[in-house]
Design a protein around this ligand. Structure first.
Ligand SMILES: Cc1cc2nc3c(=O)[nH]c(=O)nc-3n(C[C@H](O)[C@H](O)[C@H](O)COP(=O)(O)OP(=O)(O)OC[C@H]3O[C@@H](n4cnc5c(N)ncnc54)[C@H](O)[C@@H]3O)c2cc1C
Length: 533
């Protein structure tokens, strides 16, 4: 393997976005991945039956399509075969009484679905949408973070900024109950906070609810034709076209540090790959400090803080190959909706989250039902069905069952018995489900961790997103942002700001930082600009 400017450990979306941005700027990049596929939590495979192409982990790409990396790379990725498909029916909630409520692509449609309060939400949100979305794309501990804060202060004034940041910390429950009279509106929006790693009673979940609601109305639910892996494929092609390399089955076991500087990595096969300008690690803090930097002299306090880094709730996936499409009871639009949440509503989500956090299997989990064929029929043979089921309210250590029925742990057959319970509930909404099942594949939290070491303890989001590990404090207060105590070593991935999801945010922020001109050049450019005025 050639020596490089940057070695990137792991091939998740943040690695590939970072690698692509660096490679097209002329850096020699090597991405090293321990699995036999590139993309990390992006992986499309025929895991049930031949001809059924399942997104094994992540499936929905609004964060990528709305993110900064896509804005810069989208055209080049399209030239390499990436095509996004979208829908007018992005999401809905199916309630136990057989009714449903939807979040649609138009403001008028959503006013009908959510209530007359919706236009006021938009009126308040849009003038500062750049701040709301901007905070998620800014390196908060940096001069650009300061500039962002100054811009917000200039625009909003002191009282306005205090109000804006205060509202940012509100819980989803408080925001929903204060904003919408309709419990059905609460029931459509509350489950979406699960996709940010939060629960509806957590700090900042109200802000995330608003951001997601507006983002889904404006951006829909894009997915790549052929499967999520087409995004990873196109990024890999882009890196390779610019002279970079992306290797599978290479497990990095150590970051090589000389005189306080990261200069390369060593693999379990005994190879050393030198990096002249940066080592970029897409790993959890647990792996970074306990394994990759095990022999390196880092402050004891920092190592201890990394040890205390907390992981969030665990999750499970169920994949179905069906002999025919799912036919939902009630509102026919459910048959065409990309992501349906099955839940009693806000209190249902809140209860299930609370049970999981107390170590219990929830009695009535929020079932996320993904229907990729509603957008991209190419993923299964004609006339067949695929369901992508996500259960985000699970404990890693199972202390008991809130329904008093199941016991065991994730190493045994608990996952199948829990999947049976979920299936029974689903069958009440989808009467043809059980007769249509050709194959079912269940991935427990333990399976997820085994398949991707970054999904530590089955947490899909790389670490709890409680306030003290979020925003200014991600991954943790002693080491916020992406720098590390080792010069030229950068930390990216879901565990770092701006957290999980397919936006590729941390990889993009680090690439931007590395591609900044040196300070003297920046100062000269500023002087020239002043002189030209
Ligand atoms: C089941 C599931 C469903 C999800 N659904 C969605 C969704 O629909 N939409 C969305 O936006 N987000 C979703 N997410 C979240 C999103 O997929 C992740 O936050 C995101 O993909 C994480 O990307 P990453 O760059 O942090 O790295 P990851 O995707 O976690 O990849 C890290 C890679 O690094 C490799 N690695 C780690 N250590 C080493 C080492 N020492 N040597 C070599 N390789 C190493 C791992 O093998 C892995 O492949 C989902 C997550 C999960 C788990």
């Amino acid at each position: 393997m050639p020596d490089t400017d940057a070695v990137i450990i792991g091939s998740g979306i943040n690695s590939l976005a970072c690698g692509a941005l660096l490679a097209r700027a002329g850096w020699r990049v090597a991405v090293l991945e321990r699995n036999d596929w590139l993309g990390g939590a992006i992986h499309t495979a025929e895991i049930t039956e031949p001809g059924f192409h399942h997104d094994v982990f992540s499936a929905w790409h609004p964060l990528w399509v709305g993110g900064a990396a896509h804005a810069q790379l989208g055209d080049e990725l399209a030239q390499r075969g990436l095509e996004y498909l979208n829908t007018e029916l992005p999401t809905a909630t199916a309630f136990p009484d057989g009714t449903a409520a939807f979040l649609l692509r138009t403001a008028d449609g959503n006013a009908r679905e959510l209530g007359p309060e919706w236009p006021h939400v938009l009126e308040k949100f849009f003038p500062n949408a750049d701040l709301a979305f901007g905070v998620l794309g800014t390196e908060l501990w940096s001069t650009s973070g300061l500039a962002f804060g100054a811009k917000a202060l200039r625009r909003l004034g002191r009282a306005g900024l205090a109000n804006f940041t205060g509202e940012l910390l509100q819980s989803s429950r408080d925001w929903l109950q204060e904003t919408f009279a309709s419990e059905r509106a609460h029931g459509v929006l509350a489950p979406w906070v699960l996709h940010t790693g939060l629960g509806p009673d957590a700090a900042a979940s109200g802000f995330m609810t608003q951001v997601i609601a507006v983002a889904v109305q404006e951006g829909g639910m894009p997915i790549p034709r052929g499967g999520g892996a087409r995004l990873a494929d196109a990024l890999v092609r882009l890196i390779r076209d610019h002279g970079g390399s992306c290797e599978t089955n290479v497990d990095v076991e150590r970051i090589v540090v000389r005189s306080g500087r990261a200069v390369g990595v060593q693999t379990t096969a005994g190879d050393t790959i030198e990096a002249e300008r940066a080592v970029i690690a897409n790993v959890t803090p647990t792996q970074l400090y306990d394994r990759l930097l095990e022999d390196v002299d880092v402050p004891a306090q920092l190592r201890e803080a990394a040890r205390r880094f907390r992981y969030g709730r665990a999750e499970m996936q169920i994949h179905y190959a069906l002999s025919e499409p799912a036919r939902w009871n009630g509102d026919e639009r459910l048959n065409e909706t990309a992501v349906v949440h099955v839940t009693p509503g806000l209190d249902g989500v809140s209860r299930a989250v609370n049970e999981a956090e107390r170590g219990l299997l929830p009695a009535e989990a929020t079932i996320v039902v993904g229907q990729p064929l509603t957008i991209d029929p190419s993923r299964a043979p004609d006339g067949r069905g695929i369901l992508w089921i996500q259960l985000q309210e699970l404990p890693w250590h199972v202390k008991g069952d809130a329904a008093g029925e199941l016991d065991g742990d994730w190493t045994g057959d608990l996952k199948e018995r829990y999947a049976d319970r979920i299936q029974q509930r689903l069958a009440r909404h989808i009467p043809n489900l059980e007769s249509a099942i050709r194959a079912r594949t269940v991935l427990s939290p333990a399976d997820l961790e085994r398949m991707n070491v970054n999904l530590h303890r089955g947490d899909p989001y790389g670490g709890a997103l409680a306030l003290d590990q979020n925003f200014l404090w991600r991954p943790f207060a002693q080491s916020p942002g992406h720098g590390t105590p080792v010069e030229r070593l950068w930390h990216i991935g879901a565990s770092t700001w701006p957290g999980p999801g397919l936006g590729g945010g941390s990889g993009t922020l680090v690439a931007q930082k590395l591609l900044e001109p040196p300070p003297t050049q920046r100062a000269l450019a500023r002087l020239r600009a002043l002189a030209a005025r």
